[in-house]
Design a protein around this ligand. Structure first.
Ligand code: ZN
Length: 537
């Protein structure tokens, strides 16, 4: 009898654990979202988007990237694997491959074939990612009954989060404006995706143009509409409202649609179709849907954080998020899903704008830097080609040449460092191998060590001064260890999560273990173990 009770108890306990999960995890990434966009535009947000997430959810205000470079590929991989490039191996969007001397794209896969397009934009997979993601943990924990699906405008932002064992990842083909995939996932597009593509959603959205949501004078958190700090969406046309999006597309490609808030609307409409047609959150096995909004990044690169274009993008994104929550409530049910929202990196102010307003900021002249370096190394060592590649602020030394000619690597590194520190805009130059295994104490060295993958990374790493970048004079970018690039929002919302705020410093790699602990599944294999304590309802 005792044994029977014990068995009944064990079954009951297991039963409780199996039910002790939400039906769906929704991971939302807003590409290039800075935390301060929450506060800056607060007064003009509506009630059901960001305000609802903050009113009912848990807001971590001090979340940072804990490695460099702060780019999209590494960002998505780190959020969902719970570790840094040191272990997941996505060291940049594109990197120089030490073995083949080719450039590798983080989701490029020459063995994969496009599905849904005749272009090469579907020759992608998560092949190069060296660690599994939260999507893989959801799949493994449910004996592969729970689904993992990733969607985005950008291929890398759809593919990396969903993981190696994902059911599907969909992204936009810029030639056709269609959602596509690769044969890594399936042999043909599902009927519902073909139907979505046939509905010409991209063209219908483009026909509306890009108009401001509010009257222009209400955009008080931005500069005037036409400034010298912005790129042009259409070559030769001032960057002012309203934008003729159809013309922009006809003069380039559907990439231009993604450079407007319509890219967010397009993705939200597609997300609703995924929910309906893939039956996410409808059975006993918990599913994962990752939605990465790419357009805020493309718009940020073009116009910068100070622009009306960026402000209008976030006011419109707020409405998309409200509609997404409504769709989740209708399809999966309020309280049946857990949602988190974060960003893959933030962004620097436009350097010229900062410079013109008194910041000690300027542009890093990469061409002069490389030219001077080559001249110096030739004059010192009387041999050409000591550096085989400079990319992502990393210098790759030509080891074969160095060994064949008996050159002293330490002396070379020391010359490179001396030269670099004398160059305008440089803050530091690390000989990265010297960091191993010493524990770095300064922020740059700590982030550099976390971003350094022994199989893939370069030998020396350059740090520019705060605010500096190698970039055109309009728009902005990201990638540094400074807070304007590392500081991102993080909100947890939904199933068993109460309201609250957290001001403690949190690393981006803590999201995956937090979701694992909250939903009672295993951690992604290489994940950090430092989950965040979430308040209950
Ligand atoms: Zn970017």
């Amino acid at each position: 009898m005792k044994r029977l009770i014990a068995i009944v108890f064990v079954c009951f306990a297991l039963g409780t654990i199996a039910q002790n999960q939400p039906k769906l995890i929704v991971g939302i990434v807003v590409d290039q979202m800075r935390t301060d966009y929450i506060y800056r535009y607060w007064d003009r947000y509506e009630n059901d988007g960001f305000k609802r997430l903050l009113k009912d959810g848990y807001f971590c205000k001090n979340v940072h990237y804990n490695y460099i470079p702060t780019y999209t590929g590494p960002g998505h991989a780190s959020i969902f694997t719970g570790t840094t490039p040191m272990e997941h191996g996505i060291i940049a969007n594109i990197w120089y491959d030490k073995n083949s001397s080719d450039n590798l794209y983080c989701v490029g896969d020459s063995t994969a074939n496009s599905i849904g397009t005749i272009s090469d934009q579907g020759k992608m997979s998560p092949l190069l990612m060296l660690a599994p993601t939260l999507g893989d943990a959801v799949r493994m924990s449910s004996l592969f009954k729970g689904k993992s699906i990733g969607i985005s405008i950008k291929d890398r932002s759809a593919i990396l989060p969903a993981g190696h064992s994902a059911n599907a990842a969909y992204w936009m083909d810029y030639g056709s404006g269609h959602m596509i995939t690769s044969d890594y996932y399936m042999d043909a597009l599902p009927k519902w995706v073909s139907k979505f593509n046939a509905s010409k959603t991209a063209d219908k959205l483009a026909d509306k143009g890009w108009k401001l949501t509010l009257a222009k004078e209400l955009y008080t958190e931005s500069t005037e509409d036409n400034t010298i700090y912005e790129k042009q969406l259409i070559t030769g046309v001032d960057p002012v409202f309203p934008y003729d999006v159809s013309r922009a597309i006809s003069e380039s490609s559907y990439y231009s649609l993604a450079c407007t808030p319509h890219g967010n609307t397009y993705l939200r409409l597609f997300a609703e179709q995924v929910l309906i047609n893939e039956d996410l959150g409808q059975d006993e096995s918990m599913d994962l849907l990752t939605i990465s909004f790419s357009s805020p990044d493309m718009i940020g690169h073009m116009f910068g954080p100070q622009s009306i274009e960026t402000e209008d993008t976030y006011l419109k994104l707020d409405l998309e998020i409200a509609q997404l929550i409504e769709a989740l409530d209708t399809r999966v049910g309020e309280g049946n899903y857990v949602l988190f929202l974060t960003a893959d990196h933030a962004a620097a102010p436009v350097p010229q704008y900062a410079h013109d307003n008194g910041f000690k900021v300027d542009y890093f002249n990469l061409a002069d830097y490389k030219k001077g370096m080559d001249e110096l190394l030739f004059s010192k060592f009387n041999i050409e080609g000591i550096i085989s590649n400079y990319s992502n602020q990393q210098i790759f030394l030509n080891w074969e040449l160095i060994e064949d000619n008996n050159l002293d690597q330490k002396e070379i590194s020391s010359e490179i460092r001396k030269y670099s520190l004398g160059f305008d805009g440089v803050a530091n130059m690390l000989d990265i191998k010297q960091l191993q295994p010493a524990l770095p104490t300064d922020n740059f060295s700590r982030l550099a060590a976390n971003g350094w993958n022994p199989l893939r990374s370069g030998d020396l790493l350059l740090q520019m001064l705060p605010g500096w970048m190698s970039y055109g004079k309009q728009g902005t970018t990201h990638g540094s260890s400074y807070s304007y690039d590392t500081h991102v929002p993080l909100i947890f919302y939904g199933w068993n999560i109460g309201h609250g705020e957290n001001l403690e410093p949190i690393d981006i790699t803590q999201i995956a273990p937090t979701i694992s602990l909250h939903t009672n599944i295993s951690f992604p294999d290489a994940s950090s173990h430092k989950g965040i304590m979430l308040p209950g309802k």
